[in-house]
Design a protein around this ligand. Sequence first.
Ligand code: F6R
Length: 244
Amino acid sequence: MEIKVFQTKEQIGAAAGKIIADIVKNDPAAKLGLATGASPVPTYRYLIGQYEAGEISFRGVSAYNLDEYCDLPRDDENSYYTFMRRNLFDHIDIDPANTHIPDGNAADTDAECRRYDALIDSIGGVDVQILGIGTDGHIGFNEPGDSFAPGTFRIKLHESTIESNSIYFKDGKMPRYALTMGIGTIMSAKKIILIATGAAKAKAVKAMIEGEVSPACQASILQTHPDVTVFLDEAAAELLTSEK
Ligand code: F6R
């Protein structure tokens, strides 16, 4: 794992965004694994800026999101479908037909999970996967547990995740379930970029980087991936022994 520590979120966005922009420049049909949440937003802003400056085009790019809430209408203001449109897709020239998010409202959840895995298998895994990390060490919505999930599945969200994300649900009706890529799906990415900022992430970041590889901290599996870069601010890095 390569660890990079920055002063500001904007610096992280520019550094992580440049890696992705270079991948897109080298391969106009690049396959991008995307995340929602606050962590990747400055990276998306950087990519939008590069598109507006005429530096890159997403016309041939395809995108595969990590996860989506269950039992939330696709067009709800808090769905990840809406999030991706607002924060990236509506501002670049990506073909909407090339943007993929698991359908959290599918009548047959198992069939939807198998469809999503088959889609990602069919491209041989994404070229680069962007990740955030939960305060409980989740990546995607792979919550702490006894094992690492191989493929996409339906998960009951943990209390800490509900607490972190319910700030976005003004009516308090945060969904309790989500569909998420499994750890196996995430690990099939050729390259992984994980972004974490703020002191609330410091314990999870330490467990991910310096703890044992264990499903109790799902992100710790990234220690076994050959190409992971972790972008941190000083607050998120503050408990790392190696950074002191
Ligand atoms: C989002 C996702 C989650 C978030 C994580 C951190 O698609 O899969 O794992 O990356 O909950 O969220 P933020 O970035 O809002 O702190």
